[in-house]
Every structure is written in C-alpha cells, then in structure tokens.
Ligand binder design. Structure first.
Ligand code: FES
Length: 193
C-alpha cells in the first residue's frame, strides 16, 4: 500500500509499531524508501506499548489513515482515531471485529434496481446467501465482513452495518454495504444490482 501511494505521487508518512526491531518485517526495505517513517519498538521504550493518540494527533483531520496489524492494535488505533476526530480511517483486519450479533433480527425486503427482482430476507438469514440463492451474482471472498469483496451500492434504505471494512463516515453515509454480514435496519433496502 505504501509503495502504491508513493507511485501515485501522494504524500505519505508511515508509523511503524513492533515489540522489537528484530521482530519487525521489511525494515531494510522501508529504510531505503524516500518516506518519513516513525519507528516505535516497545523494547527500546522500556517495554511500553505506544500511546497511539500521541503519535496520531499532529495531523490534519481530513487526512486518510490506514492501519494493518493485530486485532488489539487495530482496535486501539480505531479508538484513538475516534477520540481525535479523524473520519477517514481505513482498517485491514484479518479477523472479523466483534460487532455483536451478525444476524438480522427481523424480516425485510430487498429490491434489486437493475433486475427489478424483489427478495424476502428472513430474520437471521445472510443477505449474500439470499442473493446467491436467487441467482444474483455478487463477488465474495471472506464472507466475514473483512475483505470488502462483496461491497454493494445502496440506493435506498438504511443498512445495518456489521462489517469491519467501512469507516464510521462510510457507514454513516449508507451508500454502500457488505452484503455478507450486514442487513437492514428498516423494512426495505434497494440495491444497485
Ligand atoms: S465477502 Fe468479504 S466483506 Fe463480504
């Protein structure tokens, strides 16, 4: 991601956290890049875990922040960004975030704008599976709300977001949803399918 952003000519800064320098990957490669890198190795800081707010608070509130790492660190990063008022936060998780129930507790209807199909989604059913059973082609990979493959445009209705992909701002906008884990807060969704 860093190389891609640099290739596109974006201004990029990397903050790299690890327990120790010996446990950190890609150090030699990263040090050769023409990019500002802030290192934090716990064992060089008397074993202290980083205070993420201290590392993140200096930036413009409109920048885009990307984070990848273990779940506990991503949760801490997400909380720090929330407290600091950053809206454009992008997370790459390898394990789905615990968001409470992943099944929708009521029946609802989905209208597919392109085909005109109207599908009933029973309480507890996966929207992705309802679409697949109706023969609607939707990309998918993880089926746990962490990869983004099943992102689908929402034309009307209020999704019940259960994924670990979209930022708080994207979730609030309700323009897209991950149909593998998310459902509907109301009675009906209209999707761009
Ligand atoms: S299939 Fe991965 S987020 Fe839905």
């Amino acid at each position: 991601m860093l190389l891609r952003l640099l290739a596109l000519g974006n201004s990029v800064e990397l903050i790299y956290f690890a327990r120790s320098r010996t446990e950190a990957a890609y150090i030699n490669k990263l040090e050769k890049l023409n990019v500002k890198i802030t290192w934090h190795f716990d064992d060089e800081k008397a074993g202290s875990a980083p205070n993420l707010q201290d590392y993140l608070k200096w930036h413009d509130k409109n920048i885009h922040l990307y984070c990848c790492g273990p779940s506990a660190m991503i949760d801490a990063f997400e909380n720090a960004c929330l407290k600091l008022g950053y809206q454009n936060v992008h997370l790459e998780r390898f394990v789905a975030k615990k968001t409470g129930t992943t099944v929708v507790a009521h029946d609802y209807v989905v209208e597919l704008a392109k085909s005109g199909m109207i599908l009933d989604v029973p309480a507890g059913a996966s929207l992705l599976e309802v679409l697949e059973n109706a023969g609607v082609l939707v990309n998918s990979a993880c089926r746990e709300g962490i990869c983004g493959a099943c992102e689908t445009r929402v034309l009307a209705g209020e999704p019940d977001h259960k994924d670990s992909v979209l930022s708080p701002r994207q979730k609030a906008a309700n323009n897209v949803m991950m149909v593998c884990v998310s459902g509907c807060k109301g009675d009906k969704l209209v999707l761009d399918l």
